[in-house]
Design a protein around this ligand. Structure first.
Ligand SMILES: NC(=O)c1ccc[n+]([C@@H]2O[C@H](COP(=O)([O-])OP(=O)(O)OC[C@H]3O[C@@H](n4cnc5c(N)ncnc54)[C@H](O)[C@@H]3O)[C@@H](O)[C@H]2O)c1
Length: 358
């Protein structure tokens, strides 16, 4: 068991059974507990939790439908109503057991219920372990736009037990890999060199890499917890990525990690076309991502809609199209602005990769 201290929140990495989780349960032994799961973590993760920690048998389980389309206020209303019915109070504890959707949603639910009650995250997806559960951002989507309503509130603790990844589908492992690549591209060329050669799921879930990603996210968030400056680095790939994720959500949803992977190619392409990122570096990034993520055709008529979605992105200021400019592998710059024609060019380039690449 290793513990990383993060802005006062301990992140325990290792088997849940190895100590700190039992200590926490002991601390909350007289409090009620609510466990938030989605359909898949209900089936794959909950039984283990209840068997290994019998004191949780009395917890109220909130079973949510799986999928990004359920990261919505309507689902929160239902959980808040159930929590009222179960007389959950200020001193009680919410345990979020799931991927990024459950931790974003459950964290938000707990952070505003009765003006905020304690919550912990037990991320069960690679995406959750390396990124979504770390950093205190909680929230839901609104009208098809990502993370529009939310809070920045840290959980009491985070428990990263890679044992949960045994049941995670391969595609979801690759979605987590996308965020790990992002950490490397913006901050750490040595980490990039390690990640870019990984192929199999077993290689991708190595604990040393999970820990490296947590450390990199910690470094950025601790320096700028409320996202005034450097924390925006973590948005690399997300300006285009969120627009693509929102665009496809009502058609044929694509996973957050997949959208970020496409967004990272697009934003690296803009960085290259501006003459900032070297061609070799751009090609290396493109090759690494194409190797594992399917490219998507983006209809030309979608480009206007995607630009509009980007304008509505909450990361923007003054209606500009903000993005993170990559200077080299391991070094990036926040608060750059893209023109609409650069966005159009990047999207057309992604489409061409789909036509020629796969
Ligand atoms: N708050 C943040 O800082 C932050 C950062 C990155 C991403 N996010 C958010 O995270 C979400 C994406 O997270 P995600 O990729 O984990 O999505 P997800 O929560 O939808 O999980 C992906 C799929 O895997 C299933 N699953 C999870 N753990 C499992 C397990 N152990 N076994 C079997 N199935 C399992 C889920 O039910 C789901 O079907 C997005 O909403 C994104 O916006 C938030």
């Amino acid at each position: 068991m290793m513990t990383i201290q993060f802005n006062g929140t301990p992140i325990h990495v290792g088997s849940l059974e190895s100590g700190p989780f039992n200590v926490l349960l002991e601390e909350y032994s007289t409090r009620k507990k609510v466990i938030v799961v989605d359909e898949n973590t209900h089936d794959c993760c909950l039984e283990y939790l209840l068997t290994a920690f019998p004191s949780l048998e009395e917890a109220e389980v909130m079973l949510l439908p799986a999928g990004e389309e359920n990261k919505a206020l309507e689902v929160c209303y239902q959980v808040w109503s159930a929590m009222l019915e179960y007389q959950i109070n200020r001193n009680d504890l919410v345990i979020n057991l799931g991927g990024g959707v459950v931790t974003d949603l459950g964290g938000f639910i707990a952070s505003v219920y009765k003006r905020g009650i304690d919550f912990i995250h037990i991320p069960t997806s690679l995406m959750g372990m390396v990124d979504a559960a770390i950093g205190g951002k909680n929230g839901v989507d609104l009208n098809g736009l990502k993370n529009i309503i939310g809070t920045i509130t840290q959980p009491q603790a985070i428990f990263v037990d890679a044992g949960f990844l045994e049941t995670l589908p391969a595609e979801e492992i690759f979605n987590g890999y996308a965020e790990m690549l992002k950490h490397a591209l913006i901050l750490d060329v040595a980490y990039w060199n390690q990640l870019k050669v990984l192929n199999t799921e077993e290689e991708l879930i190595q604990l040393t890499n999970i820990i490296r990603s947590i450390e990199l996210k910690k470094q950025v968030v601790e320096a700028d917890p409320t996202e005034k400056g450097q924390r925006k680095l973590l948005n690399f790939g997300h300006s285009l990525g969120h627009a693509l994720e929102s665009y496809f959500l009502s058609k044929q949803p694509i996973a957050h990690g997949h959208a970020v992977a496409l967004g990272m190619i697009g934003e690296s392409y803009v960085s290259y076309k501006r003459g900032v990122l070297a061609l070799d570096a751009y090609r290396e990034i493109e090759q690494c991502i194409i190797r594992v993520f399917p490219m998507l055709e983006i209809p030309e008529e979608a480009i206007e809609e995607l630009i509009e979605l980007m304008r509505n992105d909450k990361k923007n200021e003054r209606n500009a199209l903000n993005f993170v400019l990559l200077e080299s592998i391991g070094k990036a710059q926040v608060n750059a602005e893209m023109t609409s024609s650069e966005v159009g060019e990047a999207l057309l380039h992604l489409s061409l990769l789909a036509q020629h690449g796969n």
